[in-house]
Design a protein around this ligand. Structure first.
Ligand SMILES: Cc1cc2nc3c(=O)[nH]c(=O)nc-3n(C[C@H](O)[C@H](O)[C@H](O)COP(=O)(O)O)c2cc1C
Length: 312
């Protein structure tokens, strides 16, 4: 037990990162049933779709789960209402500041954990009343900041006193131990859960992650404010880079990228889909049930700790 497992009411300090289109009620419930914290991604969904997903997750698990808000979504104010009405107890936030919603969420007893990319924002979130921060390095899949996990985690651990959950590049027990040594009390993983058995992605998406090497991802949208996003370096990633060069607006670029992500999950087309994925895809070798992903992470972390003790 540590501050993160106590705060979230979970057995293992493992959080499944929100993944737009991928983090469904089925995946979130499977993670929560496996002793971690499952998260439903609200990004790109209508308030009714979010309500439906929450109700489904409640049927599939009696364990805690969370919902992730992509704050730039225009639906966010109404999604927040749904979360409060449905009694969701844990919320993570990305792509913006949760400030406008903090009072209502806290009044409803919701624990708020913003996903953050630097020391300045970490301090701001602590002052704003966040219960923990999820510190994500630029190795991660999806939207990213500018700093790598290895240097970011310890600097933020030194700067705040609320619990730190480390994200970005964690794929096995070595990553878990690295995060804890840097000052984290929990880990959030996206890529390794994106191809779990309970994930909705198809065979081509799974194959793209499993076949990816250490240099198999690319970052698109780097010239667009808040647009940098990592995924498998396939034909669609190149097309998105070309689109970016034409000087499209942020909204146009995001619309094209979200369309390609949606296509990835719904159609599994290897040429026209953007398979969001982190650099850790190079370590992922098989698709397993979510509970097994968690158990393997924990068992491997024990092995790594024993090895570390022998070395030092
Ligand atoms: C397919 C995919 C979609 C993602 N969508 C979201 C999202 O909607 N909201 C969010 O906060 N983070 C999102 N992320 C980031 C993850 O929640 C997580 O922090 C990240 O994947 C961790 O790094 P890793 O991929 O190296 O494990 C996404 C990641 C992936 C791979």
């Amino acid at each position: 037990m540590n501050r993160v497992t106590k705060l979230l009411g979970i057995k293992y300090p493992v959080v499944q990162g929100a993944m737009q289109e991928v983090a469904t009620a089925d995946l979130a419930a499977a993670v929560s049933n496996g002793g971690g914290l499952g998260i439903i991604a609200a990004g790109g969904k209508t308030p009714d779709q979010v309500r439906e997903a929450i109700r489904k997750a409640k049927k599939l698990t009696d364990k805690p789960f969370a919902v992730n808000l992509m704050l730039m979504d225009k639906n966010t104010p109404n999604v927040v209402k749904v979360l409060i009405e449905e009694g969701v107890k844990i919320v993570t936030t990305g792509a913006g500041t949760p400030k406008p919603y903090m009072t209502d969420l806290k009044a409803a007893g919701v624990k708020v954990m913003p996903v953050i990319p630097n020391v300045k924002i970490a301090k701001k979130m602590e002052e704003m009343g966040a219960d923990a921060v999820i510190v994500e390095g630029m190795e991660a899949g999806g939207h990213i900041g500018n700093t790598t996990s290895m240097v970011l985690w310890p600097q933020i651990a030194d700067a705040i006193s609320i619990p730190l959950i480390a994200a970005g590049g964690i794929g096995d027990g070595r990553g878990v131990v690295e995060a804890f040594v840097a000052g984290a009390e929990g880990v959030q993983c996206g890529t390794i859960f994106s191809i779990a058995k309970e994930s909705p992605v198809g065979e081509n998406w799974r194959k793209a992650v499993i076949d990816a090497t250490d240099t198999g991802t690319a970052v698109v949208g780097t010239s667009i404010k808040g647009g940098a996003t990592r995924g498998i370096a396939n034909e669609e990633a190149l097309k998105l880079m070309e689109l970016e060069k034409t000087g499209v607006s942020r909204d146009e670029f995001n619309a094209a990228m979200n369309k390609a992500l949606y296509k990835g999950v719904q159609e599994d087309d290897p040429k026209e889909s953007f398979f969001m994925s982190g650099e850790v895809a190079g370590l992922v070798k098989e698709s397993k049930p979510a509970a097994q992903v968690i158990q393997d992470l924990m068992d491997d972390a024990q092995r790594v700790i024993k090895k570390g003790v022998e070395i030092f």
